[in-house]
Ligand binder design. Structure first.
Ligand code: 5GP
Ligand code: ZN
Length: 113
């Protein structure tokens, strides 16, 4: 399968799944850059935020709600955390299946690098 996140969604590739429902899957990043680093993806293959359609709006909102729930489950919601969505080359997107990064457990600088 060409898309690694589709493979994870379809359980064709291994991942540490943190949450799943009929629209969204969340799993641990294979190369974490913070103590909490979970990726939250729509089941539907959408390459980037640029390809999102109005039909995806509720799914993307659900992704954010899952991020919030996982932040609480991992004990980082009160102290703070960051949710990141990289879009295409200049932002450093490396997997072309829309995903939110939930990052927590350490301080984050602003502006980002
Ligand atoms: P991007 O740079 O596209 O915003 O983020 C892609 C993320 O996917 C990276 O943080 C990278 O570590 C993660 N990643 C890439 N391949 C895999 C994989 O096969 N499994 C998991 N769990 N994470 C992956
Ligand atoms: Zn995909």
């Amino acid at each position: 399968m060409a898309c690694v996140f589709c493979a994870i969604v379809e359980r064709q590739a291994p991942a540490r799944i943190e949450y799943e429902d009929d629209q969204v899957v969340a799993f641990q990043d294979i190369h974490p850059v913070a103590p909490v680093h979970v990726l939250i993806v729509p089941r539907r293959h959408i390459e980037t935020l640029n390809e999102v359609t109005p039909e995806d709006i509720s799914t993307l909102g659900r992704c954010l709600y899952v991020a919030r729930q996982l932040a609480r489950a991992k004990g980082t919601d009160e102290r703070g955390y960051r949710v990141v969505l990289n879009v295409r080359a200049l932002a450093g997107q490396s997997v072309y299946h829309v995903h939110f990064h939930l990052l927590g457990g350490r301080p984050f600088r602003w502006p980002p690098g």
